[in-house]
Design a protein around this ligand. Structure first.
Ligand SMILES: Cc1cc2nc3c(=O)[nH]c(=O)nc-3n(C[C@H](O)[C@H](O)[C@H](O)COP(=O)(O)O)c2cc1C
Length: 206
């Protein structure tokens, strides 16, 4: 978030909100990629600064459960997650997009979530939070699609994402989910999904 103040006796405050988009699907150009891209376009049309992270391109391994983070607040694994932690802590808004895989998020998204155990440990065991985390009310959204039309198909993933955001000190702002979307690009045929997420991207910055 940047603040500029100035003018002849007038004060102007310009806030540039940072929006971090986490693309969690291994299928590039697939349904959740299309949705997240639209939501980011919506946010960008309101002047937000956008960063896109395609998680399947990032070398991030799973949590080893060594529990060192409970003592230090940091993860011992030296991989690209070390570059992602500061981005997660500095973004004003985080949008995680993941299709439903076996009633949960993808492995690509879950690896990141599990590695945030270090941030959970900072918050709940070590009782430490960073200034950035405390300085603003940060918000997080979840975007998802499922091939089936099961009534409870998003429930498990939403619960996981709510606790992911909580570890990051990010307020869970809501989920935008679409059922019965399976083939690559099928979401384009949905009557309003892409429009809906674009609007949500614009609205989230108000
Ligand atoms: C490994 C795997 C597991 C899946 N599990 C589920 C599931 O549990 N429930 C469901 O409704 N769809 C399931 N699907 C279908 C995907 O959610 C669906 O194809 C979705 O549109 C993929 O989104 P994407 O194009 O963003 O990758 C699964 C697909 C794969 C490849």
């Amino acid at each position: 978030m940047s603040i500029i103040i100035g003018g002849k006796g007038h004060y102007f405050t310009i806030l540039t909100m940072k929006v971090l988009g986490l693309f969690g699907s291994p299928r590039r150009g697939g349904n959740t990629d299309l949705l997240l891209e639209e939501m980011l376009r919506g946010a960008q049309s309101r002047g937000a600064e956008i960063e896109r992270i395609f998680l399947s391109d990032w070398d991030i391994s799973g949590c080893r459960e060594c529990r060192r983070c409970e003592i230090t607040g940091n993860c011992v694994i030296q991989d690209q997650m070390q570059k992602l932690y500061p981005k997660l802590l500095q973004a004003d808004y985080i949008i995680l997009a993941s299709p439903i895989f076996f009633y949960g998020v993808t492995a690509q998204a879950k690896r990141v979530i599990d590695r945030c155990q270090a941030l959970w440990a900072r918050k709940y065991i070590l009782k430490k939070t960073s200034v950035q985390e405390e300085s603003a009310r940060r918000k997080g959204w979840f975007l998802s699609v499922a091939g089936s039309r099961g009534e409870k198909v998003f429930q498990g993933a939403i619960l996981t994402v709510r606790y992911f955001f909580d570890a990051l000190n990010v307020e869970y702002a809501g989920s935008l989910t679409f059922r019965g979307i399976d083939g690559k690009g099928a979401v384009r045929k949905h009557p309003n999904a892409l429009k809906e997420v674009f609007k949500a991207g614009r609205r989230m910055l108000i």
